[in-house]
Design a protein around this ligand. Structure first.
Ligand SMILES: CC(C)(COP(=O)(O)OP(=O)(O)OC[C@H]1O[C@@H](n2cnc3c(N)ncnc32)[C@H](O)[C@@H]1OP(=O)(O)O)[C@@H](O)C(=O)NCCC(=O)NCCS
Length: 396
């Protein structure tokens, strides 16, 4: 008899569906590791391009390898002209994550190596995606505001160039480095919903862009990448609220969630949230906007007290809670916060897509094909009697 594992309607919580060599989480201890390295160490000592190289290739680069990788990212920043024209035709109120999901297949159409499904070919496409997604998003932000997209600046780092192309001002080096750290922190996170979506799509042998487009769609939801924008919305709402603790209590009494809190895997504070909390504090002091950090702390304290009263002591801040105030202070518009998540996560998505395509952590690639249990209308294996439309109408 065929074996059926009873995991249905649980969102596959706690069910390993594949092996991976890319990242690891210990949800009880609050540990996140990329390819063996602790996230804290990478945040302090690495850069986003170096971390992206590590995720894609499994090892930290040599100086020469890193230089070449950064050059390739820089050289790929030119996006095809027809993509700008397409962006120009879109309604200005379009949701940036929808624009991104549209742009990914447009990038595919302009990729001369689209049909090259070798590992090397996929790595080159990954570099182009890492390079171009920020360029597309910055261009969209300017186009929707009636501004001309800006050319990339080859002298700037990956993070700094994004800020430049988005805002039209050469960014403060401290802010650029903070953004670079944010990109490191968001670059991968095991089998989260969007990564799983990417892997599931390419398990059909679809190309890397098709997988990434699926990942973008999954990331857009408010329970996943969309949470950072919702946290900022909450902070904006609470700006003039005197009784933050009362507001938090009322939210929970009404069955609402506090955005940026809780995690499907972490049962303690997300290690990325600790780094972002400190970054939010320091950035607030640097630019004289400590109120966002102060407000976040008030919400966190009130939420933890209320969760404690309800016996939910494992609900703690996740990566989105403090990234919201950090991004806001960097001048990132609220609806560009989730795209910024994608700008980072593209490194993880591509690494997982390559691992999935080439069965790098298991014996050989396998098409995802789970089962469902049918609980709908059923008249037996002969099927229900089909009532012709005319007589069916008369009976209703
Ligand atoms: C991330 C999230 C979906 C993970 O949740 P999960 O593992 O599926 O756990 P559940 O949603 O089943 O939550 C378990 C319980 O805690 C509660 N809970 C979880 N997160 C909560 C939150 N942020 N605020 C209030 N209650 C929360 C649930 O309502 C549920 O309560 P119940 O058992 O009484 O029904 C969830 O914590 C959440 O919705 N958080 C807010 C959105 C967010 O920040 N997402 C970004 C994640 S990085």
């Amino acid at each position: 008899m065929k074996e059926t594992v009873r995991v249905k309607n649980t969102g596959l919580r706690g069910v390993p569906v594949a092996d991976t060599k890319i990242s690891f989480i210990d949800g009880e201890q609050g540990v996140l590791i990329y390819r063996g390295y602790l996230i804290e160490e990478l945040a302090e000592r690495s850069t986003y391009p170096e971390t992206a190289f590590l995720l894609l290739n499994g090892e930290l680069p040599t100086e020469k390898e890193l230089q070449e990788f950064e050059d390739r990212i820089r050289e790929a920043r030119e996006i095809p002209g027809f993509l700008y024209e397409c962006l120009g035709e879109l309604p200005k109120q379009a949701v940036p994550m929808d624009v991104l999901q549209l742009a990914v297949p447009l990038l595919a159409m302009s990729d001369p190596e689209l049909a090259d499904d070798t590992r090397e070919g996929n790595l080159r496409k990954a570099v182009r995606l890492i390079s171009r997604i920020p360029v597309v998003m910055a261009a969209w932000h300017r186009i929707r505001n009636g501004l001309e997209p800006l050319p990339a600046d080859a002298a700037l780092s990956h993070a700094a160039n994004f800020l430049w192309q988005l805002q039209g001002e050469k960014p403060d080096p401290v802010i650029s480095r903070d953004l670079d750290v944010c990109l490191v922190l968001h670059a991968d996170h095991t089998f989260n919903a969007s990564t799983f979506a990417c892997r599931e799509v390419v398990s059909t042998r679809a190309h890397i862009y098709a997988g990434v487009a699926a990942g973008v769609g999954a990331l857009s939801g408010s329970l996943h990448g969309g949470a950072n924008a919702r946290v900022m919305e909450m902070l904006m709402k609470l700006k003039s609220e005197e009784d933050v603790a009362g507001w938090v209590r009322r939210q929970l009494e009404q069955g609402q969630k506090i955005m940026g809190m809780g995690h499907a895997v972490y049962k303690t504070t997300d290690p990325r949230a600790k780094i972002l909390r400190e970054m939010s504090r320091l950035l607030g002091e640097k630019i004289g906007q400590s109120r966002w950090y102060d407000l976040s702390i008030q919400v966190e304290e009130a939420a933890l007290t209320e969760f404690g009263r309800r016996g939910k002591t494992t609900l703690k801040p996740n990566v989105d809670f403090y990234s919201a105030s950090v991004y806001h202070m960097m001048g990132i518009p609220r609806d560009m916060m989730t795209p910024l998540f994608a700008i980072s996560r593209i490194a993880g998505w591509c690494s997982h897509i390559i691992e999935e395509k080439f069965g790098e952590a298991q014996e050989k690639p396998a098409l995802y094909r789970p089962e469902s249990e049918y609980v709908g209308h059923y008249c037996g294996l002969m099927g229900c009697a089909y009532e012709p439309l005319k007589t069916r109408n008369n009976k209703k």
